[in-house]
Design a protein around this ligand. Structure first.
Ligand code: SF4
Length: 234
């Protein structure tokens, strides 16, 4: 297989991110509880992760962070527990829709055991689960390879002028990154680990250095190759 012309760039960025952020922990990697990951994927929509952490702590304290325990909670009790994550009525409804999906597929474990592309399709058919949540669940909960795209991914690669810069389409960015990473042979486990680690590193980089406003370019190893950062310094 011929390497994609952008593969060296994409791997260079990965290694630079690893050097800058390897010491930071990330909530979904390497060994988070799969059901907690799925709940987090739903609760994090339109809010900050710190708010999700508070909701997860409340669910844990109420012994409600398992599919069985959550399924028997009265709707108002679930709403109250997830209140810190914002839009709590809607999010409780989304969690119940996800639990319904699990029961229709023989339970949470059986659902997560589906092959990646089938699981993605099934998840996308569930109310309240979009492409980013579905791919994050495939990658971090069912632990199969998936490329997760988010606003951080588009910000970082857009600033570095790598990839389909200018597009805001999830599928366009995902297809590009899938194609680039697929141009080098890897075992399924290595592929999964690279994708999981890469997405985590992008999130950490954009939260700590490549900020939306006033990025800390002087602390960033990518500055010599970053047109946006060079312009900011200029
Ligand atoms: S140099 Fe600045 S803009 Fe470029 S990737 Fe680093 S932090 Fe982001």
């Amino acid at each position: 297989m011929t390497a994609h012309p952008e593969l060296p760039d994409v791997l260079d960025v990965y290694h630079a991110l690893e050097r800058m952020h390897e010491w930071r922990g990330w909530h979904w990697w390497p060994d988070a509880d799969p059901f907690e990951v799925c709940v987090g994927c739903i609760l994090v929509q339109n809010t900050m992760w710190t708010n999700v952490e508070r909701a997860i702590e409340r669910l844990k304290a109420a012994d409600a962070l398992t599919p069985g325990a959550m399924a028997v909670l009265p709707p108002e009790a679930l709403e109250d527990l997830v209140r810190p994550s914002g839009q709590y009525r809607q999010k409780a409804k989304k969690l119940r829709a996800f639990l319904d999906l699990c029961s229709r597929h023989g339970g949470f474990e059986a659902l997560m055991a589906l092959e990646a592309s089938e699981l993605r399709t099934v998840l996308l058919g569930c109310w309240g689960i979009g492409p980013e949540s579905a791919d994050a669940m495939v990658l971090y909960a069912s632990r199969q390879p998936a490329v997760v795209i988010d606003a951080y991914t588009m910000r970082l690669f857009g600033r570095l002028d790598i990839g389909p810069v200018g597009s805001a389409e999830y599928r366009t960015w995902q297809a590009w990154k899938e194609e680039v990473l697929a141009s080098e042979p890897r075992s399924p486990g290595e592929d999964r680990d690279l994708k999981a680690r890469y997405h985590a590193l992008i999130v950490m980089h954009c939260k700590h250095l490549c900020l939306k406003n006033r990025p800390k370019c002087e602390e960033c190893e990518l500055l010599p190759r970053c047109p946006y950062g060079q312009e900011m310094q200029g």
